[in-house]
Ligand binder design. Sequence first.
Ligand code: SAM
Length: 484
Amino acid sequence: MTTKNNNNTLSIEYKSVKELIVYARNTRTHSDEQVTQLMGSIKEFGWTNPVLIDEEGVLIAGHGRLMAAERLALDEVPSIMLTGLTETQKQAYRIADNRLPLNAGWNEELLKIEINELIESGFDIDTLGFTQLEIDDLLDLKTDVDIGELSGGNKSGSLFEKFLFPPFTVLSARDGKWQERKKQWIALGIKSEEGRDESLTFNKSHQPPAVYDEKNRYEEKVGKKVSWDEFFEANPDVKLLPGTSIFDPVLCELAYRWFSPEGGLILDPFSGGSVRGVVAAKTKRNYIGCDLRAEQISANIQQWEDIKSPDDEYTPIWKCGDSTYIRKHADNAQADLIFSCPPYADLEVYSDNPDDLSTMDYPEFLKAYRQIIKECVSMLKEDRFACFVVGDVRDKKGIYRNFVSDTIQAFIDAGADYYNEAILATSVGGVAMTASRTFKASRKLSKTHQNILVFVKGDPKKATLACGDIEIEDIGSEVDEEVL
Ligand SMILES: C[S@@+](CC[C@H](N)C(=O)[O-])C[C@H]1O[C@@H](n2cnc3c(N)ncnc32)[C@H](O)[C@@H]1O
C-alpha cells in the first residue's frame, strides 16, 4: 500500500528485525512490564502500527514495539520509511511522537462502559495496557476511606504515622498508600515467586495469577487438564507474563512490626519465596524459613545476596526440609513470632514430593498440617503471637472445606488462643474478568480477600509488652528516591 503526504511517500514494508537500527539516544524508556504488554497486544491484535524508520533504517518511532518483536522472536516487522526529513526534524519527531499522545484525555464514563462490556464478553482486558489498580479505580472497585487522613483520636500523629496502617480488621492492599509502600519494597529487588533466573528457579508451583489464567484458558482450548510441564512446553511465552504475585511485603512488614519485637526471631514453616525473609532482615528481625523445595531455597538465598546492603545487621536463614521436623531444621530455636502462608490444601500443587502437603487429600493434609502447627507452637516462646495468612478452598463439588476454621482449630488444639482476625482486601483486576461468568453459572462470589489469623500463646498483655514500641522507618533512602 502506498500513499502520499507532504514530503513523504508512505509505504509499508516488512523489514528484517536484524536490519533495523535502534536510535542510540532514544529518550523514551520501556520497562519489562510495558514490553510484555506490547507483546500481548501484538499477539492479540496483530501489527496495527508499523515502526517508523529513516532512509538508513534507523528507528524514528517504535523502539518498544521492536523490543516486543524481538522477544516474540519475530523475524520481520512492518515499517514505514520517512523520507526527506532533516536530522533536526527527525530528532524532534522522535520526541513529539511520544509526547503528543500524552496530551489526550479519557472520557471516563464512556471508558467505563466500554471496559465493562469487554469484561462482560470475556475479553482479556490485560491487553488494554491499564494496570489492575487503574481498572479497580475506574470501575469504582477501590475502598472509599482515605486511611492517611485518619487522625487516630489525638494530636500525636495519624494512625498511619503511628502504625504504618490503621490497625483495623479490614486492611486494603488496594489503597494508594499500600501500593506505594509495596513498590518501595519491590524496588529493593524482591522478585516474584517464579524466580529470578528462569533456568534455575522457574518453578511451576507458585505462579502469578496471570499464569493460572493462561493455564485455565489453555485447558479450555484443548478440552482437558494438562500438567504444568505440558502447559509450559506448549506456551513458552507464558514465562514472560508480568510476575506481580509475591507474598505481599507490606502485609509482612505490618505483621512483623505489630506482633514481634525488633531483634526477635520469626519462624516460618512454609517459606516459599524470599519476601518474608527479606522483610524480616530489613525490619531488624531474625528469620528462619523452612520449605521442602531445594530450588526455591537456593533462589531465596541468591536473592538475599543480591539485595543485602553493607548496613544490614540481620541475615535471613532458609532451611530445606519437611516442616514436620522444623524443630530439628531450626536447631531447637525459640521463636518470637510464627508467621506463614501455608499451602491452601491442594489449591496449588507445589511439587511431586509426597511430603508436600499440597499433594495430599484433605484428611491427610489436615493431619500433617496440624502436626506442623503443633510443632511450631511448641517452639514459640510463652507470651508471643502467631499469624497465618490463609484463604478458604473449595472441594471438587465447589463446597468450601472450611480451611480457615480448621486452621483456627489447629492452633487452639496446639495450645494457642485465637486473638485477631483481619481481612486483607486484595486487588480486583483479573478477577473482574471472570466474576460475571462464574457468578451466573454457579452463584459463587469471586474471592478478593485473604484471611489474616492472629493467635497468642500465653498472656496477650505480656505478649504486647514483649513486642515493644512500634517503630515505623523508611525502607531505605535509595529506595525512596527511586520510587517516589
Ligand atoms: C503457599 S506457599 C507458601 C509461600 C508462598 N510462596 C507465599 O507467597 O506465601 C506453600 C509452600 O509450602 C511448601 N510446603 C509444602 N509442604 C511442605 C512441608 N511438608 N514442609 C515444608 N514446606 C512445605 C511448598 O513448597 C510451598 O512453597
